[in-house]
Design a protein around this ligand. Sequence first.
Ligand code: AGP
Length: 620
Amino acid sequence: MCGIVGAIGANDFTPFLLAGLKTLEYRGYDSAGLAVLDASGALCRVRAKGRVSELQARVAQLGISGAVGIAHTRWATHGIPAEHNAHPHVSGGLAVVHNGIIENYEALRGQLQALGYVFSSDTDTETIAHLLRACLCEDATALGFAGPAPDLFTAVRRAVLFLQGAYALAVMREEEPDCLVVAREGSPLMLGLGERGHFAASDASALVSVTRRMIYLENGDVARLRGTGVELVDRQGQAVVREVVQSTLSADAVELGDYRHFMQKEIFEQPQALGNTLEMIGGAARLQPGIFGVEASEIFAQVEAVLILACGTSSYAGQVARYWIEAVAGLPCTVEIASEYRYRHSVPNPQQLVVVISQSGETADTLAALHHAKAQGHAYTLSICNVPESAMVRATRLRFITRAGPEIGVASTKAFTAQLAALFLLTLSLAKVQGRLSLETEQTFLAELRHLPVAVENVLALEPQIKRWSQRFASKQHALFLGRGHHYPIALEGALKLKEISYIHAEGYPAGELKHGPLALVDAQMPVIVVAPNDALLDKLKANMQEVHARGGELYVFADGGTGVVQSDGVNVLRLPEHYGLLSPVLHVVALQLLAYHVALVKGTDVDKPRNLAKSVTVE
Ligand code: AGP
């Protein structure tokens, strides 16, 4: 949520800053801005409402350049998307960009206004700009310091003592043209060590064009970057040396290539993402629970239950896993929406394995739910995450990194199916360690997992038919998605995909629940999408479809072979290539992703950057 890029060196870094913002735009896209110190040493700031392309046009028009600069793309939290709320925010000769939320900004704003500082935005970030300026002048005494901070580095270290909440900051100052200062608490921030200068960004993808050598800042860290080097202090103000990591992120992974949208690219990358995620089982005859961490076998043997915490699509992956874990591993499993769990008075069970699922590993609610669980005495924690360096991965004892590659489209697709693959491996590992998995069953499931990429490929081949269906949705205002058993969460996910990118109001229901209320909505204008695998609940599902048909609802059925669901008036059937047992949700969801994608295309929405949303929700 929001993106930061910063650079210092000897070259003009304006093109790099703009390119970095373009790469990070998926994290927030309602306004953007940058500040550089120009050749005369003056601070130049340019901001624009809307996309980075608007900013680019303004920068080109003004002919701005500079070898020191910071830039930001915004997802509005405090204050509407507007130029005056866009970052950087300035005070005196300094400029600040910020990701996260300063929770006590109102109190700070009042304090600074009393000292005479005038605010020109509605943001929490402007508070930081004025606070830094106050730390650097005589006002420092009113803040409790003996005198003004001697430099920006010291001022930032002082200012962060006042800030409550989450932040990643990058700051520059006219009077100190040879440095940039950055700080991190809660929101991700990394440094890039390059040949031609030093860099900072909230996401590695913005840096790979200039360097692969990166330092991931820890919470509480403050760093000063110069063209010639970086220095770092930790929360205690002690100089620290952090590991320099060689990023393996490929530049192609964040490029669109021949695809029209990242979502389309990511839907079609699923066979590869699944193959990569499942690579560690390779051709092995037996599953090694150690893929979840060195302590996995020991911990899995102790656990009596599983508690899954996640948000959005990741929580639906958790809901599918609940069916698997209870059916295969015989362990009670609950799934909680992280933003509810963290504020609920729950009864902790230390013998529970707490599993957090997150594509980004930085979702604020999931991270807070994990910390809440730990504070309640949960010692067995596991993260399933797509970003190895993320805060979530670092905060759990066990971890499994899905290898879906960077997901740029706001609508999660390949990360979801990779999470399902990881959760199926978890199910089997738990069952195995708990003595509930026969050798024969283990080998059957491993073979099915290995075939999964090919099975997904076969579903992707259905695109032309799904595309034809999508035309019929363009005029619809609402849609219902039905599923039963472990396909009920797939109905929920199908509805979420459709609503977030096509803006059609969609709801997912367990099919058996229809007659308890939602059936009242069904008429000729209501498309009802049915996930129809050939499983034990098929006859029940068919009865639910009859309930819709009898009331004039238009059915769109994604049916496995052998289900006997046939095309008729008001019943549209799309045949899935094969029934896939417990892993069938992975196939059905791919068909629903394609449906949402093509409906959005017909509706002409911004598929990768749907209105009001952003990737990685790093605020509560
Ligand atoms: C999915 O399409 C969403 N945009 C959203 O629900 C997402 O899954 C949710 O915000 C959780 O994100 P995470 O997996 O990065 O934690």
